[in-house]
Design a protein around this ligand. Structure first.
Ligand code: HEC
Length: 166
């Protein structure tokens, strides 16, 4: 019996070593100033600071990786979250979205924060500084609602309506 355990242990060790060689690419694509959210939507520094700390690791073109992400399978989990997160919302590509999508995403940001869904719990478990305080949440809500009002005053109502998906 002891021999079998030893073999299993060695097998696991080999698997662990081998998977270290499968490294997903890091999230580090170019950030074009004209594509970022700030190109279209004014953001007070206070709000921008909060978003950078609490959201940008999964919703921008650049992630600040913790040291342990150099180990697999940690990086795989992170990469999945980042790919998924960026597909739903990318602050660095926000200005490229249609007006209707920008308008809708702003609303969703408020909703996600209010519901406590974002930032993700698996993230704040480790990134304690990303946890939003009540006053930080208030700053986000008022920025979201100011920005939506600004869009309403700038663009025809029709352009802010999401078209039904075909
Ligand atoms: C650890 C990664 C991570 C962090 C940090 C994070 N998000 Fe997300 N976010 C995701 C993922 C993954 C999704 C897509 C899946 C889902 O909705 O759970 C998502 C989805 C969203 C969506 C779209 C929801 C929808 O209905 O399509 C919004 C809006 C959002 N996040 C806002 C935020 C905001 C605002 C912050 C910061 C306060 C934040 N997120 C922090 C990973 C993250």
């Amino acid at each position: 019996m002891r021999k079998i355990f030893k073999l299993i242990l060695i097998g696991l060790l080999i698997v662990l070593i081998v998977i270290q060689f499968f490294r997903p690419e890091k999230n580090n694509s170019p950030v074009m100033a004209e594509n970022t959210i700030t190109a279209k939507i004014p953001i007070p520094d206070s709000v921008q600071g909060i978003l950078k700390v609490s959201c940008y690791d999964c919703h921008s073109n650049k992630t600040i990786y913790p040291w342990y992400s150099n180990f697999q399978p940690v990086m795989w989990f992170l990469t999945n979250h980042i790919i998924d997160g960026k597909r739903h919302l990318n602050f660095d590509e926000f200005a490229v979205y249609s007006l209707a999508r920008q308008y809708k995403k702003l609303k969703e940001i408020g909703e996600q924060v209010k519901a406590g869904e974002m930032p993700m719990e698996s993230y704040t478990l480790i990134h304690r500084d990303a946890v939003l305080s009540a006053s930080q949440k208030e700053l986000i809500y008022s920025w979201v609602s100011n920005s939506r009002q600004l869009m309403e005053s700038q663009y025809p109502a029709d352009s802010l309506k999401s078209k039904p998906r075909k």
